[in-house]
Design a protein around this ligand. Structure first.
Ligand code: ZN
Length: 436
């Protein structure tokens, strides 16, 4: 078997890959038969791990621009209810294409609107993942608490509890392979899901050996709603339902008090920090440093493009660094390497993966080569990558195979994917017109 060597990178040196795994890192002596990719002056990192996304929201960028979370959701639920599986596949392809081009090799998706209960939307997401070539952790999301029962979403977009559980089992049986496609069980949020669905979902996930994911503590509105509805703060509510544990990761996790941060750390619960989305919706700033210090697993997420608008992975590292420093008012509290760690090892831990997220022998060869041409003047190349101008990855490898080569997707043409997405998205515009 021939060996692939990424040779001459400015950081961290050479990387040798054999049989889809990283064989060695640093200074790799040449061997006869090596296949060599020159990386002189470039920067090599582990493939980035995105821990929270809603791929289908690429169909609704630029909507409800001045709204907070609840108003934004109320505007978009009926629009998302009109999505067809083909729309979801088109959106997922653009979402994963953009992620791959910005260094992401593993992405978690949370599809919680399942129009008409048609769970072929998950097959559509898996098909897009195979086209682009990155790993997808596909969360079978769900909502069963409609407005008539006091929930936020209209009744037309919620499903029946038994149907959700049966579908989740079927999606797992159809798609889960544990490496490329990993199925997760994911009721949406305390304001759109009954306590019974949370409990039953946890039991199902633990029976199947799957991880659990949901949104929690994203806004103060949610906290007030949860206290009014259940008499509990969001974390206590989930804790009572068996959801604060090492096989769970939570999206956002902003509004926690000191005791709750300690509890999340003690249990090893994961948090998907989504800095751009939180800024776009004015939701608050996650206590990233405190959560890491407490021992919680903290990863990075772009969140759906309807609240992120960019959908790229690399820009989130810079945003995470900026927000952590604003939160602590201490620039030394969060360095470029901390942002990279969040987006790689931290994310892998959230997703329960001990085989990805590091450039170390034995790990799967999910690797990004970033162009360093315009950073040759910057003394710390990692600072240049995280703080400096945005860029597209030069090469992205998954399991040692290219998914991005010389700045272009191998499996698809991103411009074509964008054209198809726009064609589909425009029919959702009010009366076929632009919003402004
Ligand atoms: Zn979300």
């Amino acid at each position: 078997m021939s060996r692939l060597v990424l040779r001459g990178a400015r950081w961290p040196g050479d990387v040798a890959i054999e049989g889809g795994r990283i064989a060695s890192v640093g200074s790799v002596p040449a061997e006869p038969g090596d296949e060599v990719i020159r990386c002189d002056g470039d920067i090599v990192t582990p493939g980035l791990v995105n821990t929270h996304h809603h791929f289908s929201q690429w169909m609704t960028r630029g909507w409800a621009v001045g709204c907070d979370l609840f108003d934004w959701l109320a505007t978009l639920y009926p629009v998302w209810a009109r999505l067809e599986p083909e729309d979801v596949e088109a959106a997922a392809a653009v979402a994963m294409g953009e992620l791959a081009l910005t260094g992401c090799t593993t992405a978690a998706d949370h599809q919680y609107v399942v129009p008409g209960g048609d769970d072929s939307v998950f097959d559509a997401i898996a098909a897009a993942a195979r086209t682009i070539g990155i790993r997808a952790h596909i969360a079978r999301g769900s909502m069963d608490l409609g407005q008539s029962k006091g929930g936020l979403p209209p009744d037309s977009v919620v499903e029946d509890l038994d149907a959700i559980l049966a579908s989740t089992q079927a999606v797992h049986a159809r798609l889960h392979d544990g490496e490329r496609i990993v199925v997760t069980v994911a009721p949406c949020s305390p304001f759109s899901v009954t306590a019974e669905l949370m409990t039953e979902s946890a039991a199902l996930a633990r029976r199947l050996g799957l991880r659990l994911h949901t949104h929690l503590a994203e806004t103060l509105d949610e906290e007030r709603d949860c206290v009014a509805r259940f008499g509990n703060r969001p974390l206590d509510h989930l804790d009572e339902l068996g959801w604060i544990a090492g096989d769970v990761w939570l999206a956002h996790g902003i509004h926690f008090n000191d005791e709750e941060v300690t509890r999340l750390g003690r249990t090893g619960t994961g948090i998907a920090h989504c800095p751009s989305s939180n800024c776009r919706l004015g939701s608050g700033i996650c206590r990233v440093n405190d959560l890491i210090a407490a021992g919680a697993a903290v990863g990075l997420g772009v969140d759906g493009a309807a609240s992120n608008e960019i959908g790229g992975m690399l820009p989130e590292l810079r945003m995470a660094l900026f927000l952590a420093r604003q939160r602590t008012m201490n620039p030394a509290s969060f360095m470029p390497v901390d942002a990279l760690r969040l987006a790689s090892e931290g994310g892998a831990r959230c997703l329960g993966r001990d085989d990805i997220g590091r450039l170390a022998p034995g790990y799967r060869a999910d690797v990004v080569v970033w162009p360093g041409d315009d950073l040759a003047d910057v003394p710390d190349s990692l600072a240049g990558l995280v703080l400096g101008p945005e860029r597209t990855a030069r090469h992205v490898l998954v399991e040692g195979s290219h998914v991005v080569r010389d700045g272009h997707l191998v499996g698809a043409d991103i411009q074509e994917l964008r054209r198809e997405l726009a064609r589909r998205a425009r029919r959702l515009w009010p009366e076929g017109k632009s919003l402004a």
